[in-house]
Design a protein around this ligand. Structure first.
Ligand code: ATP
Length: 516
């Protein structure tokens, strides 16, 4: 499937089946803001739970908090967001479309890389088994030409960003002859800096009201509570503080569905360590986080690390975990070694000592920090795109039909089982209700007696329900039901009193957590 078509399909499936709706839709929507529907919210909550359990429950030295979205405005001065949380913005004068200048250049570079990949594929087909990729990459004139263009563009981009050189960013766009994807022209404005924070006022009387910000990340809520948690929890270094919650960014270009939103959720953990030990903890968290992703079973080749070319001035190591989204490999999580930057800044701006007393060393110091920061909505998109499948199904009568099935890992599935009386009479609905009343104490269940059983299966497949429990006439006689498994579509007759354990065994989060 062409990638753009795939994203479109996901968007419409998400809407049709109650996962994600455009926000304020009856008023024509609000750009880059989305609402989660009845299944979307369950999926999102399950992903959050998986993360929270992997972080807080499995690690004795990590605790969670939930800090407020509104924070003292000086926090954002200390963190650097007021001065420098900017993106370079450029407009095309013909289409009036707005872009991030760095993204336009990155896309140009990625296209060159695609060209190299295509040449390699072609050559591979031509030479077959004897193909030597390394040799080809280092000798083929076309590939070398593309590679040298990539290298030049990369170096210029990294330097321009490092030096905040907006003229140079524009010059790269001009020199590379990058055109607007909408108008096809090169009629560009100057590049300007644009601060991504949303402002609002706090206080009832206008004159006295002060400007505050909607937090652009959850991390600062952790840093400003460092002393509270360390003291009240009697924490010993190394230790971590985790939280999930809303963040807000006035993104310049917010396309691509829930990949880039203006209101979104993050799941962040700050891990406080002894100065000098941060780089080995960085490696530790890098490995641990990739294991968390891979445990979902979508395929190890769908993930890769991307080491940052340009480190933020406070970081001494940074890596992204990228996933093969419908739009190609893109960041889903960042792991950063942030040194003692944030705590030092808060110490300076608040005048409070942000220090830890290390009894083993008999020494006070400002801890260093490793941060793991993952987008919850981006992970929802990851799970939706990796789970979506279209299949041909042969029915018992030999007819063939299509099904769309969301192959969610069972622990993440919004609805765990559907209870389906075969017909709407003969006491089957009553029996089904008794079974449902007991199972709903353990699982999110759905009762459905409308339409043919085949159509009911299709509906459950489309929302990714791992099990369908069917109650038929034999159920009344023998106290048994059939359980149909979503992916294999195999059906098995089992005693009613065994259903709970069979399902619990398979939808449990334990199987995921064992792998992280
Ligand atoms: P990007 O380069 O994609 O803008 P970033 O490097 O600014 O992301 P961070 O500030 O490191 O992102 O935020 C951590 C995580 O939060 C990201 O890996 C991503 O999953 C998520 N995230 C950031 N911005 C958004 C957004 N606008 N919409 C949805 N998720 C986001």
């Amino acid at each position: 499937m062409i990638q753009e078509d795939f994203l479109k399909k996901l968007i419409s499936h998400s809407k049709e089946y109650g996962f994600i709706f455009p926000s304020s839709e009856i008023y024509d929507g609000l750009s880059a803001v989305y609402d989660y529907g009845q299944y979307g919210v369950e999926l999102k909550n399950n992903i959050r739970q998986y993360w929270w359990n992997a972080m807080v429950r499995l690690n004795e030295n990590i605790v969670g908090i939930d800090s407020a979205i509104f924070m003292h405005p000086t926090i954002w001065k200390a963190s650097g967001h007021v001065g420098a949380f900017n993106d370079p913005l450029i407009d095309n004068k013909d289409s009036k479309k707005r872009y991030r200048a760095d993204n336009l250049i990155e896309e140009y570079r990625d296209k060159l890389q695609d060209k190299i990949d295509k040449e390699v594929d072609k050559a591979h087909k031509r030479f077959g088994e004897s193909f030597d990729k390394e040799m080809y990459l280092s000798t083929n004139p076309k590939v070398l030409e593309y590679q040298s263009k990539i290298d030049v563009v990369n170096t210029r981009l990294v330097n321009a960003l490092k030096n905040d050189d907006l003229n140079e960013l524009r010059q790269i766009i001009i020199d590379c002859e990058i055109v607007c994807p909408v108008s096809g022209t090169r009629n560009w404005t100057e590049v300007r800096q644009f601060n991504l924070m949303f402002e609002t006022k706090m206080g009832s009387v206008d004159q006295e009201a002060s400007t505050i910000y909607l937090r652009p990340e959850t991390a600062q809520g952790i840093f400003v509570n460092f002393l509270n948690v360390y003291k009240s929890g009697r924490m010993k270094i190394p230790f971590g503080i985790a939280q999930t919650g809303k963040a807000f960014r006035n993104e310049i270009v917010a396309r691509q569905f829930i990949f880039r939103m203006r209101e979104f959720e993050q799941m962040e953990m700050q891990f406080f360590v002894r100065p000098g030990e941060e780089l080995s903890w960085f490696e530790y968290w890098k490995e641990k986080r990739i294991r968390w992703h891979k445990a979902l079973g979508f395929g190890d080749d769908k993930y890769r690390f991307h080491v940052h070319d340009k480190l933020a001035h406070y970081a001494n190591a940074a890596v992204d975990i990228e996933f093969d989204f419908p739009m190609g490999f893109k960041e889903v999580e960042g792991i950063h070694s942030r040194t003692d930057f944030d705590l030092s800044q808060h110490q300076q701006f608040s005048g409070k000592k942000m220090q830890y007393f290390d009894a083993d060393l008999n020494q006070n110091y400002i801890p260093y920090v490793i941060e793991t920061s993952i987008g919850l909505d981006r992970t929802v998109l990851l799970v939706l795109s990796a789970s979506y499948a279209e299949e041909k199904v042969t029915n018992k009568d030999g007819s063939v039909e299509e099904r769309v099935v969301m192959r969610f890992p069972p622990a993440l599935a919004p609805v765990k089982l559907a209870i389906l009386p075969l017909v709407k009479k003969d006491g089957l609905p009553e029996k089904a209700r008794v079974i449902m009343d007991s199972l709903k104490l353990d699982f999110i269940c759905q009762y459905d007696e409308k339409d043919s059983i085949g159509r009911r299966y299709r509906r459950q497949d489309a929302i990714g329900t791992p099990y369908c429990v069917t109650i038929d006439h034999d159920s009344l006689e023998t106290d048994t039901v059939t359980i149909r498994e979503r992916d294999s579509m195999l059906q098995e007759r089992v005693p009613v009193n065994a259903v709970r354990d069979i399902i619990a065994e398979n939808v449990n989060m334990r199987s995921l957590l064992e792998k992280v």
